[in-house]
Design a protein around this ligand. Structure first.
Ligand SMILES: Nc1ncnc2c1ncn2[C@@H]1O[C@H](COP(=O)(O)OP(=O)(O)OP(=O)(O)O)[C@@H](O)[C@H]1O
Ligand SMILES: O=P(O)(O)OC[C@H]1O[C@H](OP(=O)(O)OP(=O)(O)O)[C@H](O)[C@@H]1O
Ligand SMILES: O=C(O)c1cccnc1
Ligand SMILES: [Mg+2]
Length: 562
């Protein structure tokens, strides 16, 4: 989002072209958030007089995370904010000078004048579904400056894309209709881990977060319940001093809400529902009653502190019924332990029983939230068993990306001074694809994306209805003809140095999230399934294929056998 107002961490910096881009969300994102070797190389480029040579780097990953066949691209907005505000302070330059093995004063002068006015960044739109080997970003500019962007860009994109993908995978398994709440702040990897997780889980399809700072920074809806501590902090109903509650229409006041709750509990106890329980825990009842007095129109109770079916659920129902008599509708419950499939089903039966036996409309529709170490597998298991959960609160496994620690985005030189460069490796998957490239997504008859194709910069773009040979970049035998029904160019200009107007606008997070959801919905189902998904095809044009392989032969020394 491009605004003229202040970022919470300070002023937005004015670009030369007049557009204002806020500072990165995290004030630690400065040019020093870098590996020493970027500065070492910048110095050596400068010393060799090479610092301004025009370079092109691609940022891409080699393998999709979580055993899947897709990734969600995230982190672009923060990269652009970083570029827009890229400058080294005198103190930072001083620190760099002392950190390098040698450093002439003139290099410090060079650093003092550095900004990103000579950099161009082409990127896939944030929130897009992306695939291995296809550049997410193409960065062009003076080699010494671009080199200083590598580590910050990778830092800003790797975790963002990983956790957004994790969120998207949780959404996929939970289904569209479930409410997904990110509860990870307490278990995230430090403050940035928490803030980034909230932002990018929302982008990846979560509905809300419990993280208040993220709510404020990004406008993400905030949601939450209460903890066991609140329940166990109560000893008895006598603790409730102010027992009065006004009805929802404000016309009447119930002077003793506690007694009303007790009457409602007796009603449930003397109904046909009484089979499951006898006496409920009265300190829990006190906690629920007190919470309802605080939030009569948003009453949601954690029901597993003592015993879900023998205490938590009947106590909750008593308070919900009392609220109902005053015109309020309780929201629901949270389950945080035990067999969530069984307990949610039993809870739903109980709610429907109350609706039927006590004639309270909609009581069966109470929202059941589940939490407790949830992940893709447990949600999938719950689905297979059958459950009545409406909302999942997911923390640790989601935000720490427990099942895969990192996405392996890399930053590779593909061209310098208009000369293509290649990085060879014994491992074919690690050979880089040289040249400044264009990339396209080709869509088939059914509207699904069929293949991504990379071409040389000056090749004509693929045309709708025209047959095109798509080749696997490294495997000679893998190739296919494609007649695209729609062609979408993937890389768009998001940063063009001084010419600030001639580039894409940064979008609000909500729009990025909508793109993500829409693109995921438009993927062919076999790419999306959790078990043995079909790989999406990533290819190069015939011309680029020949070029790569000729360059490969030129650069690879011929072995000698003795
Ligand atoms: N029906 C289910 N199928 C598969 N996994 C489930 C089901 N219900 C809950 N789980 C998961 O099983 C694990 C249960 O955790 P754990 O063994 O720590 O028990 P707990 O219910 O938290 O008990 P306690 O309250 O004593 O800690 C959690 O990860 C939870 O998400
Ligand atoms: O399990 P997660 O996916 O990380 O979700 C967040 C968890 O954090 C809260 O309790 P916490 O774990 O702090 O305490 P408890 O589970 O031991 O009650 C909450 O009750 C969830 O269990
Ligand atoms: O609001 C909640 O229920 C919540 C928030 C964070 C962690 N666990 C639960
Ligand atoms: Mg827990």
């Amino acid at each position: 989002m491009e605004k003229t107002k202040e970022n919470v961490f300070g002023d937005g910096k004015k670009q030369k072209a007049g557009r204002v881009v806020e500072k990165p969300t995290n004030p630690m994102v400065t040019p020093l958030l870098n590996d020493l070797y970027q500065f070492t190389m910048a110095y050596a480029y400068w010393k060799a007089g090479k610092q301004s040579e025009r370079s092109v780097f691609d940022l891409y990953f080699r393998k999709n995370p979580f055993g899947g066949e897709y990734t969600i691209f995230a982190g672009l907005e923060e990269c652009i904010k970083f570029l827009a505000n890229f400058t080294l302070t005198d103190q930072e330059i001083d620190f760099v000078r002392h950190s390098l093995p040698c450093c002439e004063e003139a290099f410090c002068d060079y650093l003092r004048g550095l900004d990103c006015s000579d950099i161009e960044v082409y990127a896939i739109s944030e929130g897009s579904v992306v695939f291995p080997k296809v550049p997410l970003l193409r960065i062009e500019g003076p080699v010494a400056v671009v080199q200083l962007l590598e580590t910050p860009f990778l830092n800003l994109i790797n975790y963002a894309s990983l956790v957004a993908t994790n969120a998207a995978r949780h959404r996929f398994v939970a289904g569209k209709s479930k409410l997904l709440l990110e509860f990870g702040a307490r278990r995230a990897q430090g403050p940035d881990g928490a803030i980034s997780a909230s932002k990018y889980c929302y982008l990846g399809g979560f509905d809300a977060t419990s993280n208040v700072a993220a709510g404020r920074l990004f406008g993400i809806p905030l949601r939450g319940t209460h903890s066991h501590a609140f329940v166990s902090s109560f000893m008895s109903l006598d603790e409730i001093v102010d027992k009065a509650l006004r009805s929802s229409d404000g016309k009447t006041t119930c002077e003793d809400f506690v007694s009303l709750v007790q009457t409602c509990l007796s009603k449930i106890q003397s109904s046909a529902l009484s089979g499951i329980f006898s006496e409920t825990n009265k300190s829990e009842l006190a906690a629920f009653t007190s919470y309802a007095l605080a939030f009569p129109s948003a009453f949601l109770a954690l029901v597993d502190t003592y015993d879900v079916m023998k205490s938590g659920i009947p106590n909750f129902c008593a308070v919900a019924l009392a609220l109902n008599e005053l015109g309020y509708k309780a929201v629901g419950i949270r389950l945080d332990s035990g067999d969530l499939a069984y307990l949610s089903t039993e809870a739903r039966k109980f709610f429907c029983g109350v609706e039927r036996e006590l004639n309270v409309s909609d009581f069966g529709k109470m929202i059941i939230t589940a939490s407790n170490d949830l992940n893709e597998e447990t949600v999938d298991a719950l689905n297979k068993q059958g459950h009545e959960v409406d909302a999942f609160g997911i923390g640790t496994n989601l935000v720490t990306c427990y099942s895969q620690a990192a996405l392996g985005c890399v930053f590779k030189l593909v061209e310098i001074n208009k000369q293509p460069r290649i990085k060879l490796s014994e491992d074919v998957t690690k050979v880089s694809i040289p040249c400044k490239k264009r990339t396209y997504r080709l869509f088939g008859k059914e509207g699904y994306p069929l293949v991504d194709i990379m071409t040389g910069e000056n090749e004509p773009p693929p045309k709708v209805g025209e047959r095109l040979l798509c080749r696997h970049p490294f495997n000679e035998s893998k190739r296919a003809y494609v007649v695209p029904q729609r062609v979408e160019e993937l890389l768009k200009c998001y940063w063009r140095g001084n010419a600030g107007e001639a580039r894409e606008e940064l979008e609000p997070l909500k729009e990025i999230r909508s793109r993500c959801i829409k693109q995921l919905e438009n993927m062919r189902p076999d790419h999306m399934r959790r078990l043995n998904p079909t790989p999406y095809k990533v290819s190069v044009s015939a011309e680029l294929y020949d070029f790569i392989h000729n360059l490969w032969l030129n650069e690879a020394p011929v072995g000698e056998l003795h």
